[in-house]
Design a protein around this ligand. Structure first.
Ligand code: FPP
Length: 237
């Protein structure tokens, strides 16, 4: 493997195209999600291996509840069994975090999430972040509500509110902004994913690949594209 220079610190991935992958093979959509979960596990391990510090994946959005119940059930089932496997991540020095409103899930799922986070909290390799029942606008509204409560309680002065202070109220508190956002499958939108954190991200849309076919080499291609970009953050080169 060639040395990967100038790695982004934080990569976000929208795992899109599971349904089409299954359809192309005459399989039910849930088989696409199963293949997608498997691709995700390989990418997480690979990201850790190459020294990436943060990887956030969009697993389930606040809008995905509009899907048929059996499809939702199949994704939750995959999540349940994946949460059990996550127990092993601390041994691989991978830290696990979840973002989104988890209170809607059954208590056993919430307990597994807490356990995975607790067990891996001292890992120093990749921080693997799963966005589950996550929406960027909901996250910002939730942050505003927490901040308003602190203002009401006299803990925060309204004049002191700036971007850095506000960011502490987001689910991603302590996690750096996204540097590289990858979306396969030919859709060119953010779909409410990390809308605050992607303010200065580079976007790599990979129309030729559906998520279940996404391989470590595909990630390398996206990283190579990122390395060609000149990031100016509103300043001059
Ligand atoms: C988008 O593809 C994918 C999702 C809404 C779910 C993502 C879920 C997984 C990858 C599986 C679960 C993962 C874990 C780690 C438990 P789509 O279904 O919208 O695809 P389409 O646009 O082709 O229909």
């Amino acid at each position: 493997m060639a040395e990967i220079r100038d790695l982004p610190t934080h990569v976000g991935i929208i795992m899109d195209g599971n349904g089409r992958w299954a359809q192309k093979r005459g399989l039910p959509r849930k088989m696409g999600h199963r293949a997608g979960a498997s691709a995700f596990k390989d990418i997480a391990r690979y990201a850790n291996k190459i020294g990436l510090k943060y990887l956030t994946a969009y697993v389930f959005s606040t809008e995905n509840w509009k899907r048929p119940q059996d499809e939702i059930d199949s994704i939750i089932k995959l999540l349940r069994s994946y949460l059990d496997e996550m127990d092993g991540y601390s041994k691989e020095n991978i830290r696990v975090r979840f973002i989104g409103d988890r209170t809607v899930f059954d208590e056993d799922i919430q307990a597994k999430m807490r356990k995975a986070e607790e067990k891996s909290k001292n890992a120093t390799g990749l921080t693997l972040i799963l966005a589950i029942n996550y929406g960027g606008r909901a996250e910002i509204a939730h942050a505003a509500s927490l901040l308003a409560a602190d203002v009401k309680a006299g803990k925060v002065e309204p004049e002191k509110v700036d971007e850095a202070l506000f960011a502490h109220y987001l689910y991603t508190d302590g996690i750096p902004d996204v540097d590289l956002l990858i979306r396969p499958s030919g859709e060119y939108r953010l779909s409410n994913f990390l809308i605050w954190q992607c303010a200065y991200a580079e976007y790599v849309f990979m129309s030729g690949v559906l998520w279940p076919d996404f391989k470590p080499e595909t990630l390398e291609e996206a990283l190579a594209e990122y390395q060609k970009r000149s990031r100016r953050f509103g300043g001059l080169a």
